[in-house]
Write a protein that binds this ligand. Structure first.
Ligand code: PLP
Length: 413
Protein backbone atom coordinates (compact mmCIF):
# COMPACT_ATOMS: atom_id res chain seq x y z
CA UNK A 1 0.00 0.00 0.00
CA UNK A 2 0.95 3.65 -0.36
CA UNK A 3 2.79 4.70 2.82
CA UNK A 4 1.02 7.22 5.05
CA UNK A 5 3.77 9.87 4.86
CA UNK A 6 3.26 10.22 1.12
CA UNK A 7 -0.45 10.82 1.34
CA UNK A 8 0.07 14.53 2.04
CA UNK A 9 1.01 15.12 -1.58
CA UNK A 10 -1.34 12.65 -3.16
CA UNK A 11 -4.27 14.96 -3.34
CA UNK A 12 -3.34 17.32 -6.14
CA UNK A 13 -6.02 16.51 -8.69
CA UNK A 14 -8.05 19.58 -7.79
CA UNK A 15 -5.17 21.75 -9.05
CA UNK A 16 -5.67 20.29 -12.55
CA UNK A 17 -9.03 21.28 -14.08
CA UNK A 18 -8.75 18.74 -16.90
CA UNK A 19 -8.55 15.86 -14.44
CA UNK A 20 -11.80 16.83 -12.78
CA UNK A 21 -14.04 15.78 -15.60
CA UNK A 22 -15.92 12.66 -16.47
CA UNK A 23 -14.92 10.63 -19.49
CA UNK A 24 -17.59 10.29 -22.20
CA UNK A 25 -18.21 6.73 -20.98
CA UNK A 26 -19.42 8.15 -17.67
CA UNK A 27 -16.34 6.81 -15.89
CA UNK A 28 -13.94 9.13 -14.10
CA UNK A 29 -11.12 10.26 -16.39
CA UNK A 30 -8.00 8.31 -15.49
CA UNK A 31 -5.03 9.98 -17.10
CA UNK A 32 -2.02 7.67 -17.34
CA UNK A 33 -0.21 9.28 -20.26
CA UNK A 34 1.90 11.92 -18.55
CA UNK A 35 5.15 10.68 -20.12
CA UNK A 36 3.71 11.84 -23.46
CA UNK A 37 2.35 15.12 -22.09
CA UNK A 38 1.51 16.02 -18.53
CA UNK A 39 -1.47 18.18 -17.56
CA UNK A 40 -1.34 21.83 -16.49
CA UNK A 41 -2.37 23.18 -13.10
CA UNK A 42 -4.66 26.21 -12.90
CA UNK A 43 -1.76 28.47 -11.93
CA UNK A 44 -0.04 27.76 -15.28
CA UNK A 45 -3.21 28.06 -17.37
CA UNK A 46 -3.95 31.39 -15.70
CA UNK A 47 -0.42 32.70 -16.13
CA UNK A 48 -0.61 32.00 -19.86
CA UNK A 49 -4.06 33.62 -20.08
CA UNK A 50 -2.85 36.60 -18.10
CA UNK A 51 -0.02 37.14 -20.58
CA UNK A 52 -2.47 37.02 -23.49
CA UNK A 53 -4.96 39.34 -21.81
CA UNK A 54 -2.59 41.85 -20.25
CA UNK A 55 0.88 42.02 -21.77
CA UNK A 56 1.06 40.17 -25.07
CA UNK A 57 3.77 41.78 -27.24
CA UNK A 58 7.04 40.82 -28.87
CA UNK A 59 10.10 40.52 -26.61
CA UNK A 60 13.48 42.30 -26.69
CA UNK A 61 12.41 44.68 -29.46
CA UNK A 62 9.91 47.28 -28.47
CA UNK A 63 10.55 50.22 -26.17
CA UNK A 64 6.99 50.31 -24.98
CA UNK A 65 5.28 49.11 -21.86
CA UNK A 66 3.79 45.88 -23.19
CA UNK A 67 7.01 44.76 -24.82
CA UNK A 68 8.95 45.53 -21.68
CA UNK A 69 6.50 43.54 -19.56
CA UNK A 70 6.64 40.62 -22.01
CA UNK A 71 10.45 40.72 -22.02
CA UNK A 72 10.49 40.81 -18.22
CA UNK A 73 8.19 37.78 -18.03
CA UNK A 74 10.17 35.85 -20.63
CA UNK A 75 13.54 36.58 -18.99
CA UNK A 76 12.15 35.82 -15.54
CA UNK A 77 11.21 32.38 -16.88
CA UNK A 78 14.82 31.89 -17.98
CA UNK A 79 16.00 32.83 -14.50
CA UNK A 80 13.61 30.29 -12.97
CA UNK A 81 14.93 27.56 -15.31
CA UNK A 82 18.50 28.45 -14.36
CA UNK A 83 17.69 28.01 -10.67
CA UNK A 84 15.65 24.85 -11.25
CA UNK A 85 18.49 22.98 -12.98
CA UNK A 86 21.33 24.78 -11.16
CA UNK A 87 23.04 26.18 -14.24
CA UNK A 88 25.90 28.62 -13.63
CA UNK A 89 24.47 31.38 -15.80
CA UNK A 90 21.29 32.42 -17.62
CA UNK A 91 23.40 32.46 -20.78
CA UNK A 92 23.46 28.67 -20.60
CA UNK A 93 19.66 28.44 -20.90
CA UNK A 94 18.42 28.35 -24.49
CA UNK A 95 14.66 28.27 -25.01
CA UNK A 96 13.67 25.77 -27.69
CA UNK A 97 10.46 24.13 -28.86
CA UNK A 98 11.29 20.99 -26.88
CA UNK A 99 13.79 18.20 -26.35
CA UNK A 100 13.81 17.28 -30.05
CA UNK A 101 14.83 20.77 -31.10
CA UNK A 102 17.47 20.95 -28.36
CA UNK A 103 19.20 17.78 -29.54
CA UNK A 104 18.96 18.84 -33.19
CA UNK A 105 20.57 22.13 -32.20
CA UNK A 106 23.53 20.29 -30.65
CA UNK A 107 23.88 17.97 -33.66
CA UNK A 108 23.57 20.73 -36.26
CA UNK A 109 25.75 23.25 -34.45
CA UNK A 110 28.32 21.44 -32.28
CA UNK A 111 28.17 18.29 -34.40
CA UNK A 112 28.54 20.06 -37.73
CA UNK A 113 31.56 21.98 -36.42
CA UNK A 114 33.27 19.10 -34.63
CA UNK A 115 32.37 15.71 -36.12
CA UNK A 116 34.15 14.21 -39.13
CA UNK A 117 34.84 10.93 -40.84
CA UNK A 118 36.46 8.45 -38.46
CA UNK A 119 34.74 9.88 -35.38
CA UNK A 120 32.21 7.93 -33.34
CA UNK A 121 28.98 9.12 -31.73
CA UNK A 122 27.96 6.74 -28.98
CA UNK A 123 24.27 6.42 -28.12
CA UNK A 124 22.43 3.82 -26.06
CA UNK A 125 20.02 1.16 -27.25
CA UNK A 126 17.21 2.71 -25.21
CA UNK A 127 17.16 6.10 -26.95
CA UNK A 128 14.07 7.91 -28.20
CA UNK A 129 14.19 8.63 -31.96
CA UNK A 130 14.90 12.26 -31.14
CA UNK A 131 18.25 11.20 -29.69
CA UNK A 132 19.14 8.96 -32.64
CA UNK A 133 17.98 10.54 -35.88
CA UNK A 134 19.69 13.96 -35.56
CA UNK A 135 23.02 12.10 -35.46
CA UNK A 136 22.07 9.64 -38.22
CA UNK A 137 21.12 12.59 -40.45
CA UNK A 138 24.43 14.32 -39.87
CA UNK A 139 26.41 11.06 -40.14
CA UNK A 140 25.10 10.57 -43.69
CA UNK A 141 26.63 13.89 -44.60
CA UNK A 142 29.81 13.88 -42.52
CA UNK A 143 30.70 10.19 -42.62
CA UNK A 144 31.19 9.59 -38.87
CA UNK A 145 29.85 6.40 -37.26
CA UNK A 146 26.95 6.05 -34.83
CA UNK A 147 27.31 3.15 -32.39
CA UNK A 148 25.05 1.90 -29.63
CA UNK A 149 25.83 0.91 -26.06
CA UNK A 150 23.99 -2.37 -25.33
CA UNK A 151 21.49 -2.76 -22.51
CA UNK A 152 21.35 -5.64 -20.05
CA UNK A 153 18.48 -8.10 -19.48
CA UNK A 154 17.08 -5.78 -16.79
CA UNK A 155 17.05 -2.84 -19.20
CA UNK A 156 20.09 -0.99 -17.86
CA UNK A 157 23.02 0.44 -19.74
CA UNK A 158 25.92 -2.01 -19.72
CA UNK A 159 28.57 0.19 -18.12
CA UNK A 160 31.38 -2.30 -18.70
CA UNK A 161 30.74 -2.34 -22.45
CA UNK A 162 30.24 1.45 -22.35
CA UNK A 163 33.74 1.89 -21.00
CA UNK A 164 35.14 -0.57 -23.55
CA UNK A 165 33.45 1.28 -26.39
CA UNK A 166 34.91 4.55 -25.11
CA UNK A 167 38.36 3.00 -24.85
CA UNK A 168 38.29 1.26 -28.24
CA UNK A 169 36.75 4.01 -30.39
CA UNK A 170 37.50 7.66 -31.16
CA UNK A 171 34.27 8.72 -29.41
CA UNK A 172 33.60 12.45 -29.68
CA UNK A 173 30.05 12.58 -28.34
CA UNK A 174 28.00 10.40 -26.00
CA UNK A 175 24.23 10.84 -26.24
CA UNK A 176 22.08 9.22 -23.60
CA UNK A 177 18.69 9.54 -22.01
CA UNK A 178 18.51 10.30 -18.30
CA UNK A 179 15.34 8.22 -17.96
CA UNK A 180 13.99 5.79 -20.57
CA UNK A 181 10.48 6.56 -21.81
CA UNK A 182 9.87 2.82 -22.31
CA UNK A 183 11.85 0.86 -19.71
CA UNK A 184 11.67 3.54 -17.04
CA UNK A 185 15.38 3.05 -16.28
CA UNK A 186 17.12 6.02 -14.69
CA UNK A 187 20.66 6.02 -16.03
CA UNK A 188 23.76 6.82 -13.91
CA UNK A 189 24.50 10.08 -15.69
CA UNK A 190 27.15 11.38 -13.28
CA UNK A 191 29.21 8.23 -13.76
CA UNK A 192 28.63 8.19 -17.52
CA UNK A 193 29.64 11.85 -17.80
CA UNK A 194 32.80 11.22 -15.79
CA UNK A 195 33.76 8.36 -18.11
CA UNK A 196 32.89 10.30 -21.29
CA UNK A 197 35.13 13.17 -20.15
CA UNK A 198 37.92 10.80 -19.14
CA UNK A 199 38.00 9.58 -22.75
CA UNK A 200 37.77 13.06 -24.23
CA UNK A 201 34.12 12.97 -25.35
CA UNK A 202 31.32 15.40 -24.58
CA UNK A 203 28.03 14.11 -23.20
CA UNK A 204 24.56 15.21 -24.32
CA UNK A 205 21.70 14.15 -22.10
CA UNK A 206 18.04 13.76 -23.03
CA UNK A 207 16.28 14.93 -19.87
CA UNK A 208 12.72 14.75 -21.24
CA UNK A 209 11.61 12.11 -18.75
CA UNK A 210 13.81 12.99 -15.77
CA UNK A 211 13.43 16.76 -15.40
CA UNK A 212 9.70 16.62 -14.55
CA UNK A 213 10.29 14.02 -11.84
CA UNK A 214 13.56 14.40 -10.02
CA UNK A 215 16.17 16.98 -9.10
CA UNK A 216 18.44 17.63 -12.10
CA UNK A 217 21.51 19.58 -11.11
CA UNK A 218 23.85 20.59 -13.93
CA UNK A 219 26.79 21.03 -11.54
CA UNK A 220 26.33 17.63 -9.90
CA UNK A 221 25.73 15.83 -13.22
CA UNK A 222 28.55 17.74 -14.95
CA UNK A 223 27.07 17.15 -18.42
CA UNK A 224 27.87 19.28 -21.46
CA UNK A 225 24.35 19.58 -22.87
CA UNK A 226 20.98 18.71 -21.37
CA UNK A 227 17.63 19.01 -23.19
CA UNK A 228 14.07 18.83 -21.87
CA UNK A 229 10.46 19.73 -22.73
CA UNK A 230 7.97 21.93 -20.88
CA UNK A 231 4.89 19.91 -21.80
CA UNK A 232 6.05 16.94 -19.72
CA UNK A 233 6.43 19.07 -16.60
CA UNK A 234 3.10 20.89 -16.21
CA UNK A 235 3.87 23.60 -18.79
CA UNK A 236 2.31 24.14 -22.22
CA UNK A 237 3.54 22.55 -25.45
CA UNK A 238 5.90 24.55 -27.65
CA UNK A 239 8.59 25.33 -25.10
CA UNK A 240 11.65 23.42 -24.00
CA UNK A 241 15.17 24.10 -22.85
CA UNK A 242 18.64 23.31 -24.04
CA UNK A 243 21.24 23.76 -21.31
CA UNK A 244 24.82 23.93 -22.54
CA UNK A 245 28.10 24.78 -20.82
CA UNK A 246 28.85 28.38 -21.62
CA UNK A 247 32.29 27.79 -23.15
CA UNK A 248 30.86 25.19 -25.55
CA UNK A 249 27.89 27.37 -26.54
CA UNK A 250 30.16 30.34 -27.10
CA UNK A 251 32.39 28.39 -29.46
CA UNK A 252 29.46 27.03 -31.49
CA UNK A 253 28.04 28.55 -34.67
CA UNK A 254 24.37 29.58 -34.62
CA UNK A 255 21.79 26.92 -35.51
CA UNK A 256 19.01 29.04 -37.03
CA UNK A 257 19.53 32.43 -38.62
CA UNK A 258 17.17 35.40 -38.52
CA UNK A 259 15.99 38.15 -36.22
CA UNK A 260 17.29 38.51 -32.65
CA UNK A 261 20.36 36.28 -33.07
CA UNK A 262 22.66 38.91 -34.55
CA UNK A 263 24.80 41.82 -33.45
CA UNK A 264 25.23 43.36 -36.84
CA UNK A 265 24.19 42.52 -40.39
CA UNK A 266 25.65 43.86 -43.61
CA UNK A 267 25.17 42.87 -47.25
CA UNK A 268 28.28 40.71 -46.80
CA UNK A 269 27.51 38.88 -43.62
CA UNK A 270 26.63 39.09 -39.96
CA UNK A 271 28.08 38.84 -36.49
CA UNK A 272 26.13 36.68 -34.02
CA UNK A 273 24.63 38.04 -30.81
CA UNK A 274 25.84 37.07 -27.35
CA UNK A 275 24.34 34.06 -25.57
CA UNK A 276 21.58 33.09 -25.25
CA UNK A 277 20.17 35.24 -28.10
CA UNK A 278 22.62 33.65 -30.56
CA UNK A 279 20.53 30.48 -30.42
CA UNK A 280 17.06 32.04 -30.26
CA UNK A 281 16.39 33.27 -33.79
CA UNK A 282 12.96 34.69 -34.51
CA UNK A 283 10.07 35.38 -32.17
CA UNK A 284 10.11 32.78 -29.40
CA UNK A 285 7.15 31.03 -27.75
CA UNK A 286 6.73 33.77 -25.17
CA UNK A 287 3.49 32.67 -23.51
CA UNK A 288 4.74 29.09 -23.29
CA UNK A 289 8.05 30.11 -21.74
CA UNK A 290 6.21 32.20 -19.15
CA UNK A 291 3.99 29.17 -18.53
CA UNK A 292 7.11 27.05 -17.99
CA UNK A 293 8.32 29.52 -15.38
CA UNK A 294 5.03 29.18 -13.50
CA UNK A 295 5.15 25.38 -13.84
CA UNK A 296 8.58 25.48 -12.19
CA UNK A 297 7.15 27.62 -9.36
CA UNK A 298 4.40 25.04 -8.92
CA UNK A 299 6.76 22.04 -8.91
CA UNK A 300 9.12 23.78 -6.52
CA UNK A 301 6.29 24.69 -4.15
CA UNK A 302 5.44 20.99 -3.88
CA UNK A 303 9.11 20.04 -3.83
CA UNK A 304 10.76 18.11 -6.63
CA UNK A 305 12.08 15.55 -4.10
CA UNK A 306 8.50 15.00 -2.87
CA UNK A 307 7.33 14.54 -6.45
CA UNK A 308 10.09 12.04 -7.08
CA UNK A 309 9.19 10.09 -3.95
CA UNK A 310 5.50 10.18 -4.79
CA UNK A 311 6.05 8.88 -8.32
CA UNK A 312 8.41 6.18 -7.00
CA UNK A 313 5.78 5.05 -4.53
CA UNK A 314 3.00 5.04 -7.11
CA UNK A 315 5.23 3.15 -9.57
CA UNK A 316 6.18 0.51 -6.99
CA UNK A 317 2.50 0.07 -6.12
CA UNK A 318 1.59 -0.18 -9.81
CA UNK A 319 4.32 -2.75 -10.49
CA UNK A 320 3.10 -4.90 -7.58
CA UNK A 321 -0.50 -4.76 -8.79
CA UNK A 322 0.24 -5.17 -12.49
CA UNK A 323 2.40 -8.25 -11.91
CA UNK A 324 -0.75 -10.02 -10.71
CA UNK A 325 -2.58 -9.49 -14.00
CA UNK A 326 -2.62 -12.79 -15.97
CA UNK A 327 -0.40 -12.96 -19.06
CA UNK A 328 1.17 -9.53 -18.55
CA UNK A 329 4.76 -8.95 -19.55
CA UNK A 330 6.44 -5.83 -18.19
CA UNK A 331 9.51 -4.45 -19.97
CA UNK A 332 12.37 -3.12 -17.88
CA UNK A 333 13.36 -4.27 -14.43
CA UNK A 334 15.88 -1.75 -13.20
CA UNK A 335 15.77 -1.01 -9.47
CA UNK A 336 16.36 2.61 -10.40
CA UNK A 337 13.30 3.60 -12.40
CA UNK A 338 10.96 6.47 -13.14
CA UNK A 339 7.20 6.59 -13.54
CA UNK A 340 6.62 4.67 -16.76
CA UNK A 341 5.61 1.04 -17.17
CA UNK A 342 5.46 -0.51 -20.65
CA UNK A 343 3.82 -3.90 -21.02
CA UNK A 344 2.09 -6.38 -23.30
CA UNK A 345 -0.90 -8.49 -22.35
CA UNK A 346 -0.85 -11.99 -23.88
CA UNK A 347 -1.35 -11.66 -27.61
CA UNK A 348 -3.76 -8.72 -27.37
CA UNK A 349 -2.50 -6.03 -29.70
CA UNK A 350 -1.35 -2.90 -27.89
CA UNK A 351 -3.73 -0.71 -29.90
CA UNK A 352 -6.73 -2.94 -29.10
CA UNK A 353 -5.72 -2.81 -25.48
CA UNK A 354 -5.58 1.01 -25.41
CA UNK A 355 -8.96 1.11 -27.09
CA UNK A 356 -10.40 -1.25 -24.48
CA UNK A 357 -8.91 0.92 -21.72
CA UNK A 358 -10.29 4.07 -23.31
CA UNK A 359 -13.77 2.48 -23.09
CA UNK A 360 -13.16 2.47 -19.32
CA UNK A 361 -12.05 6.11 -19.29
CA UNK A 362 -8.35 5.26 -18.99
CA UNK A 363 -5.81 7.09 -21.14
CA UNK A 364 -2.60 5.17 -21.84
CA UNK A 365 -0.31 5.13 -24.86
CA UNK A 366 0.31 2.30 -27.29
CA UNK A 367 2.91 1.85 -30.00
CA UNK A 368 6.68 1.97 -30.21
CA UNK A 369 6.84 5.23 -28.21
CA UNK A 370 9.35 6.65 -30.70
CA UNK A 371 11.78 3.88 -29.78
CA UNK A 372 11.52 1.43 -32.67
CA UNK A 373 15.06 0.01 -32.42
CA UNK A 374 14.49 -0.68 -28.71
CA UNK A 375 11.17 -2.41 -29.41
CA UNK A 376 12.84 -4.53 -32.09
CA UNK A 377 15.44 -5.51 -29.50
CA UNK A 378 12.67 -6.41 -27.03
CA UNK A 379 11.06 -8.57 -29.74
CA UNK A 380 7.77 -6.66 -29.90
CA UNK A 381 6.41 -4.17 -32.39
CA UNK A 382 4.34 -2.28 -29.83
CA UNK A 383 3.76 -2.01 -26.09
CA UNK A 384 1.16 -0.31 -23.94
CA UNK A 385 2.58 2.30 -21.60
CA UNK A 386 1.06 3.64 -18.41
CA UNK A 387 2.86 6.66 -17.01
CA UNK A 388 2.46 8.52 -13.75
CA UNK A 389 2.98 11.97 -12.34
CA UNK A 390 2.43 14.03 -9.24
CA UNK A 391 -1.37 13.84 -9.57
CA UNK A 392 -1.56 10.06 -10.06
CA UNK A 393 -3.26 8.25 -7.19
CA UNK A 394 -3.52 4.63 -6.10
CA UNK A 395 -7.18 4.78 -7.28
CA UNK A 396 -5.93 5.46 -10.81
CA UNK A 397 -3.74 2.35 -10.60
CA UNK A 398 -6.59 0.25 -9.19
CA UNK A 399 -8.83 1.32 -12.08
CA UNK A 400 -6.13 0.38 -14.59
CA UNK A 401 -5.60 -3.05 -13.04
CA UNK A 402 -9.36 -3.70 -12.88
CA UNK A 403 -9.77 -2.72 -16.53
CA UNK A 404 -6.84 -4.92 -17.59
CA UNK A 405 -8.37 -7.91 -15.80
CA UNK A 406 -11.69 -7.19 -17.50
CA UNK A 407 -9.95 -7.00 -20.89
CA UNK A 408 -8.19 -10.32 -20.32
CA UNK A 409 -11.58 -11.91 -19.55
CA UNK A 410 -13.17 -10.30 -22.61
CA UNK A 411 -10.51 -11.55 -25.00
CA UNK A 412 -10.64 -15.04 -23.42
CA UNK A 413 -14.39 -15.32 -23.86
N1 PLP B 1 13.13 12.00 -25.36
C1 PLP B 1 12.32 11.27 -24.60
C2 PLP B 1 12.90 10.27 -23.67
C3 PLP B 1 10.93 11.45 -24.69
O1 PLP B 1 10.13 10.72 -23.95
C4 PLP B 1 10.42 12.42 -25.59
C5 PLP B 1 8.97 12.64 -25.74
O2 PLP B 1 8.19 11.73 -25.75
C6 PLP B 1 11.33 13.17 -26.34
C7 PLP B 1 12.67 12.94 -26.21
C8 PLP B 1 10.86 14.20 -27.33
O3 PLP B 1 10.28 15.27 -26.69
P1 PLP B 1 9.55 16.42 -27.54
O4 PLP B 1 8.56 15.71 -28.42
O5 PLP B 1 8.92 17.26 -26.51
O6 PLP B 1 10.60 17.11 -28.32
Amino acid sequence: MIPEHISTILNLKSDFPILNQTHQTGNPLTYLDSAASSQMPTIVIEAVNDYHRRYHANVHRGIHQLSELATEGYELARKKVKGFINAKSKREIIFTKGTTEGINLVAQSWGRANLKEGDVVLLSQMEHHSNIIPYQMLAQEKGFTVRFIPITATGEIDLVVYQQLLADNPVKLVGVTHCSNVLGTINPITEMARLAHEYGAIIVVDGAQSTPHMPVDMQALDVDFFAFSGHKMCAPTGVGVLYGKQALLEAMPPFLGGGSMINEVTWDGFTPAELPAKFEAGTPNIAQAIGLGYAIDYLQAIGIENIHQHVQTVTTYALDQLRQVPSIQIYGDSPSRGGVIAFTLGNIHAHDLSQALDFEGIAVRSGHHCAQPLHRLLGVSATTRASFYLYTTSDDIDRLVQALNKTVQFFKG
